[in-house]
Design a protein around this ligand. Structure first.
Ligand SMILES: N[C@@H](CCC(=O)N[C@@H](CS)C(=O)NCC(=O)O)C(=O)O
Length: 219
């Protein structure tokens, strides 16, 4: 976990409630942004991360950790729902995803700008988008898809946002160039899914023109 912030506590609460023994390692925020944290634990440079010696599983992102912990250790469905209750299982997950993607993200960003009122929001978000794209690019550097040679939900989930980058091309040309390298060529080459061609058709009005990018770093 990191020295401050709510996300690691979500995992600590689950570990406590499920009576899973654990050891905690605290990292300073700056330490999380460089190896060995980024090379061994989370290339994205955030906490929480768990390492489970029982299974050798190592994962980041609190939502993914919650799913892993409940599927592996909540066998009596104390805090979650098993496969025998598909409706509750799915509905329960939607609230976890809402927390991770909307509640957590919007409150974090609100706190950030309340604490740093003079920060340029546009610059902040562009830089963060570039950073995250860099993490994705690194993950895909030596493999066809997020999980290696198998196309999965993770690939499908990332692709439509790359299309929407093309729509905002004026601001995000540089991002689009990366998206182009990482995604468009892959989708073309591997015929990722029927959905790709229909999605690309929707966004085809905005051509990506590498070489005419503004300097996003200067924004
Ligand atoms: N989406 C991530 C968010 C993780 C996150 O924001 N972690 C914070 C601690 S609460 C962190 O590591 N902050 C370090 C930083 O801001 O650089 C998750 O749910 O695990």
């Amino acid at each position: 976990m990191v020295d401050a912030g709510p996300n690691p506590w979500k995992v600590a609460l689950l570990l406590e409630e499920l009576s899973i023994p654990y050891e905690t390692k605290v990292w300073q925020t700056a330490e999380q942004k460089r190896p060995p944290f980024t090379s061994a634990l989370n290339a994205n440079g955030f906490s929480p991360v768990i390492e489970d010696p029982n299974t050798d599983v190592k994962i980041f992102e609190s939502g993914a950790i919650a799913e892993y912990l409940t599927e592996t250790y909540d066998t009596n469905s104390l805090l979650s729902y098993g496969l025998s209750m598909p409706r509750e299982r799915a509905e329960h997950r939607q609230w976890i995803f809402l927390q991770c993607t909307f509640q957590g993200a919007s409150l974090s960003n609100t706190f950030y700008f309340v604490r740093n009122p003079n920060q340029d929001a546009r610059k902040h978000y562009v830089e963060e988008a570039l950073r995250v794209l860099g993490v994705i690019e690194q993950q895909l550097q030596d493999k066809e898809y997020f999980m290696g040679s198998k196309v999965t939900v993770a690939d499908f989930f990332h692709v439509p946002y790359m299309w929407s980058l093309a729509v905002s091309a004026t601001l995000f040309f540089q991002l689009c160039a990366k998206a182009n390298d990482v995604y468009y060529t892959q989708a073309d080459r591997h015929d990722l899914a029927k959905g790709c061609s229909s999605g690309e058709a929707n966004y085809s009005g905005e051509a990506i023109t590498p070489g005419s990018e503004p300097d996003v770093g200067a924004l």
